[in-house]
Design a protein. Structure first.
Length: 153
């Protein structure tokens, strides 16, 4: 999955954060247009389906290709999205505070206690928008791995 997520990054569609759950994926992406978002998600779905099928030795559909997209407009919204995506395993698994090993958290540079990223290139693209690069920090500061993901409204 990590390789599929990494290879889905294009100049016009960038995955800047992710977490892989048992039956779904949470993403924060930047797309240059609505069409870029649609095409990027379609390509990602194909890559992920192939990765899952290869790993399980099977064929056929993996997901129903539904997704929920929401434009994030403020530093507070983007910060909450990073908390939700990168710490969602705590909600799903009741896990202890820490950085989710099935997320892009090890490469995230906004932790209150910096993590040492694994060797090799990161599977996520560097953010280009002000909100996703630095603006989110104005919405509450660095993220503590002990924070609890907000409930979706």
């Amino acid at each position: 999955m990590e390789r599929a997520l990494s290879r889905a990054n294009k100049d016009w569609f960038r995955i800047v954060a992710y977490s892989v759950q048992t039956d779904h994926v949470h993403l924060i992406v930047e797309a240059d247009s609505r069409l870029a978002l649609i095409r990027g998600v379609q390509g990602l779905a194909v890559r992920c389906a192939k990765a899952v099928n290869r790993a399980l030795g099977r064929k056929g559909a993996v997901w129903d290709h539904r997704y929920h997209a929401r434009r994030l407009k403020s530093p507070r919204e983007v910060r909450a999205a990073f908390v939700y995506v990168l710490l969602n395993f705590r909600k799903h698994l009741g896990a202890a505070p820490g950085i989710d090993p099935r997320s892009s958290g090890p490469w995230f540079d906004g932790w209150s206690c910096p993590a040492k990223p694994p060797p090799g290139p990161p599977p996520v693209a560097p953010a280009r928008t002000w909100l996703a690069r630095v603006g989110w920090r104005r919405g509450g500061g660095l993220i503590d791995p002990a924070e609890w993901p907000p409930l979706r409204r």
